[in-house]
Design a protein. Structure first.
Length: 474
């Protein structure tokens, strides 16, 4: 008794430890609705996250290009040290002795006087001695630049950034629609496989009961051995169906967990079922293709190409820039006297006019306009393809409704047929083979009905995606 108590205590502690260690998996065991799966997928899907990151990046680009309208202010500084000195020494005559000598020769005066003034003029020189010392030179100040006119380059770049942000927003809408469609496919696939698994189990149990009755009948001699063998064959087929459904159920659950961003081995279960009622009525008129995010993206791409023309043209337009600065310079001694020790303000107006680039500019602008024409053609072609995709989705939804209705009628007929055959079999008016065949027909019809209902749900979501309408149902 003591040994059993100790072992039970150890087992209890082990189970508690495993539960604590696998707390995430225990908490992950939950029932999921379609809306909760969509919410989880939109929050955790990599594609959706990437679209939102691109939207934030586009917002940063808009802010960056908006800053180009503001003046740019820089703080600057410089320090220079040089151990070299620069000295310049030379004598320069104060008078032109040759011209003065010629003038004195033309003027009548005694020879001794001419000799005296000639010596005076020849010795009248100026000594130039400059000693430059650039030992410690510092420069500090503030500089600013303000573009006045750049040919519309800044405005075009800013408009292109705003269009890029709008395209990123549309890309988020398109990405969310694709994620929702993928989530719906995974969700309804899981619901479908779960119902197929339930139907396979019920079919197996029904065949097992018939096989058991056949075995008892063989023992009593009321049923031939051939009928029992047929029942066993059908039972084996039913077991294979159950095993396939179990494997499919496991894969469908893992696929749903991966789609919504959960752990692959989390135990989740869908709340919804596949009802027989028609979810919504088919719309009589198809919406215009302009409501789709893909079409809006094409339109924004065309606007982007048009702004590209303005951006290319601005490269070959006159450019006017205003600049200025406030600097303080200290240093450079000349003959032991500091040359610079004061602050100064400077302003500059720069104008650049291209003169010889007009050939290149004209051809580049023509090339950009050709890109606009190509974008218009692609937009028209893509609009037709989007319209075709919408019509195809509507047709698929219409066909899914018809298949669901026909599959339901077929299932009800096979169910009624099974009831009649079973009653006749119990009265001895029908063979065991007929009963097994009726059960198999009912199982096949039920499987087709489940498949049709799942396809109907997915077709409905796909149509709303192509029509640009609401994806979430009330």
């Amino acid at each position: 008794m003591m040994y059993e108590m100790i072992m039970n205590g150890k087992i209890t502690c082990l189970v508690a430890a495993l539960c604590l260690a696998g707390g995430m998996s225990v908490q992950a065991q939950s029932r999921l609705t379609l809306d909760s799966c969509r919410t989880l997928a939109l929050a955790g899907n990599r594609q959706a996250k990437s679209a939102h990151v691109q939207l934030r990046r586009a917002g940063y680009e808009v802010n960056a290009y908006r800053a180009n309208f503001l003046p740019r202010i820089f703080a600057q500084g410089m320090y220079m040290f040089s151990s070299s000195d620069y000295r310049y020494r030379k004598q320069y005559p104060l008078f032109d002795t040759r011209a003065l000598t010629e003038a004195m020769n033309r003027t009548p005066m005694p020879d001794w006087e001419k000799q005296f003034w000639g010596q005076v003029f020849s010795q009248a020189n100026m000594d130039l001695d400059i000693w430059l010392k650039p030992h410690n030179v510092t420069l500090s100040g503030v500089r600013f630049e303000q573009p006045v006119y750049l040919g519309g380059k800044i405005a075009a770049a800013y408009r292109m950034a705003k269009i890029g942000r709008q395209m990123a927003q549309l890309n988020v809408v398109r990405s969310d629609a694709e994620v929702i469609l993928k989530t719906d496919q995974a969700y309804w696939e899981y619901v479908k496989v779960r119902e197929l698994h339930l139907a396979a189990q019920q079919y197996r149990e029904a065949v097992r009961r018939v096989a058991d009755d056949a075995g008892h009948g063989v023992e009593t001699g009321t049923v031939p051995e051939n009928d029992r063998m047929k029942a066993r064959v059908k039972l084996g087929e039913a077991q294979v169906l159950v095993r396939e459904a179990e494997n499919g159920l496991r894969l469908a659950r893992m696929n749903l967990c991966m789609t919504v961003g959960l752990n692959l081995f989390d135990a989740v279960e869908p709340v919804d079922t596949l009802p027989d009622a028609q979810p919504v009525a088919l719309p009589e008129d198809l919406p215009d293709v302009s409501v789709r995010a893909e079409y809006a993206l094409l339109n924004k791409e065309l606007e982007l190409k048009k702004q590209q023309v303005n951006l290319v043209r601005s490269e070959f337009m006159p450019q006017l820039t205003l600049g200025g600065g406030y600097n303080y310079l200290n240093g450079i001694f000349v003959n032991d006297t500091k040359l610079f020790d004061r602050a100064s303000f400077s302003a500059m107006l720069s104008l650049r006019i291209p003169l010889t680039q007009w050939i290149e500019g004209d051809n580049r602008v023509r090339s950009a306009r050709a890109d606009v024409s190509l974008a218009e053609y692609r937009m028209q072609e893509s609009a037709d393809l989007l319209q075709l995709e919408m019509v195809k989705a509507w047709n698929t939804w219409d066909e899914a409704l018809l298949r669901t209705s026909l599959a339901r009628d077929e299932y009800l007929q096979t169910q009624e047929n099974l009831r009649v055959v079973k009653d006749r079999y119990e009265l001895g008016m029908e063979t065991l083979s007929a009963l097994l065949e009726a059960q198999a027909l009912r199982q096949e019809a039920r499987s087709r009905h489940i498949e049709a209902k799942a396809r109907l749900r997915i077709a409905e979501t796909d149509y709303f995606r192509t029509a640009g309408g609401p994806m979430l149902r009330d």
